[in-house]
Design a protein around this ligand. Structure first.
Ligand code: ADP
Length: 499
């Protein structure tokens, strides 16, 4: 039977904007369900209710049928509720269920890592086992049966395994298909085998045939093995993880087994939120037609970061988690060389202590050229995109990357490494042809990065017309979610037809 035109999709995620965010997953988890809803499908979201989520502000309320549900976690009875709210977009309203349990989520402000120790929370296996199991309890109690359960990253990795084992005889979920999206293969959810009993999965999965790899349980492996289709967030990354030993992060053999069911679908960006013509966080709205206004934002940015405004000196921006994977080891090697150039730099980020220390030192030593805010600030991120000239993103690997797409849309020219989603979205400038929208280097090497950055600075300072052309080339790109969401719909339908 062909699938119904209007699909029901249960989207499960560990973070969603505006409720809670640590990275790009939160943006995707809001934009994709909204766009699917705009396309006429019925989407509902499940996400944990961490202590940091403001219940009153988001009008999160009780659902009588979903109150005080319980599951067994080893010997323990775990009681939880699913509370309801809406993700409100301009065109679509999406129902969201918050998984409410004080011990696992409500008592914790952070999502995955305990800020007191810098380590993963010791009960992460239990926390995200509960997330995965709550999905089936939700379906049973509501009687709302999705066609597709779409899980994201290791936190949702057990869902397909449950569907194929513990819940396989439940009449309601007989025809449900699962999609598992990898946003970042580097975070896999490892746990000791001794904790397996808490999952309630059949014991034969506590082995290499199941969810174990290299002597530990691995929730990401579970998602990869048991889902009906695996997707990742760019075509290039999908290719890289099945070929490159390092990028496959130890899961190459598992990925190769799923190669025919592995698809790359690039993320879009939310063009109502990240759009220089509409952005309510920026003081001067602009488009490719009135790029002069961008320099007004640059003035405000300079003020905010205590730098002197100079239209002839490019501002190089960085907004990122401060971790090695984002290329900060390269930046650290050459930051003083960069600051010898006639440039200014602004940086917004939080992460590893060594980088906090480095950037504090740089700010002290190069106060007229380097300025940073070591924290998380969404509003400031918008101003930086609007006011800067270049955006530096030399990632070691990049499943998709959002900031290079935001930068392209804001006429802020990206300087990136050729990997993953960066390779799929940034085309290297060809000076003669006047084509391309950014600067790209190949080898993960700080001198390659410096060379390409110098090329960008030179064009900025000496070839103004070409620079404007590069900006406009970027601003023309279409990164709307519509086309990506349609690809997900095609995939969902394919799975349902193959039933
Ligand atoms: P990742 O998901 O690997 O962190 P992405 O580029 O896909 O990288 O997405 C990062 C998202 O988080 C972007 O929306 C970026 O603007 C945002 N972001 C990262 N660090 C900060 C910060 N310190 N303050 C505000 N936004 C940030």
């Amino acid at each position: 039977m062909p699938p119904a035109k209007k699909l029901k999709i249960l989207f499960v995620t560990s973070e969603v904007v505006p409720f809670v965010k640590t990275g790009g997953l939160a943006d995707v988890s809001a934009a994709l369900p909204q766009t699917l809803t705009e396309l006429g499908h019925e989407v509902r979201i499940v996400c944990p209710k961490y202590g940091a989520i403001d219940e009153r502000r988001f009008k999160i309320h009780e659902v009588v049928r979903l109150k005080d549900l319980s599951i067994k976690m080893g010997e323990k009875d775990v009681v939880f509720s699913l509370r309801s709210s809406f993700l409100i977009g301009q065109k679509a309203r999406v129902q969201i269920y918050f998984l409410d349990n004080y011990e696992y989520f409500g008592s914790k402000q952070s999502l995955y890592v305990d800020p007191a120790t810098g380590q993963d929370f010791p009960d992460n296996l239990e926390r995200f086992t509960l997330l995965c199991r709550s999905v089936f309890e939700l379906i049973n109690k509501l009687g709302w049966v999705p066609d597709i359960i779409h899980g994201n990253d290791w936190q949702c990795g057990l869902i397909p395994a449950y569907l194929k084992t513990v819940y396989k005889d439940e009449p309601l979920v007989q025809n449900v298909k699962t999609v598992f999206t990898v946003h970042n293969l580097a975070y896999q959810g490892f746990f000791p085998k001794s904790e397996f009993y808490k999952t309630g999965l059949p014991e034969d999965l506590n082995s290499e045939r199941g969810i174990e790899i290299y002597g530990r349980l691995n929730f990401m492996k579970s998602g990869l093995m048991f889902s009906d289709a695996v997707t990742t967030v760019s075509e290039r990354y999908a290719e890289e993880i099945t070929k490159d030993e390092e990028l496959s992060a130890g899961l190459k053999s598992v990925l190769l087994k799923r190669k025919k069911d592995l698809f790359g679908i690039i993320n879009g960006i939310d063009d109502k939120v990240w759009n220089p013509e509409l952005d309510s966080f920026i003081p001067h709205k602009f488009s490719a037609k009135n790029l002069e206004e961008k320099s007004e934002n640059k003035k405000v940015l300079c003020e905010k970061f205590n730098l002197t405004y100079n239209p002839d000196v490019p501002i190089i921006a960085v907004i990122s988690r401060l971790v090695d994977g984002k290329g900060f080891d390269l930046i650290a090697e050459i930051i003083e060389d960069i600051l010898q150039l006639d440039v200014q730099m602004v940086l917004l980020g939080t992460g590893e202590k060594k980088y906090h220390k480095l950037f504090e030192e740089m700010q002290a030593n190069y106060s007229t050229k380097f300025s940073c805010f070591l924290g998380f600030d969404d509003e400031l991120a918008h101003l930086i995109e609007a006011g800067s000239d270049m955006f530096l993103m030399p990632s070691r690997y990049e499943p998709c990357g959002l900031n290079q797409m935001y930068s392209l849309s804001y006429g802020t020219v990206p300087v990136v490494r050729e990997t993953g989603g960066l390779a799929d979205t940034v085309e290297r400038v060809n000076e003669k042809e006047e084509t391309g929208n950014g600067f790209v280097f190949k080898k993960y090497d700080s001198s390659e990065l410096l060379k390409e950055l110098k090329r960008a600075v030179k064009i900025f300072q000496q070839e103004k017309k070409l620079w404007t052309k590069i900006q406009k080339n970027g601003m023309k790109s279409d990164f709307t979610w519509q086309s990506s969401a349609k690809k997900y719909v095609e995939l969902y339908k394919k799975l349902l037809i193959n039933d």
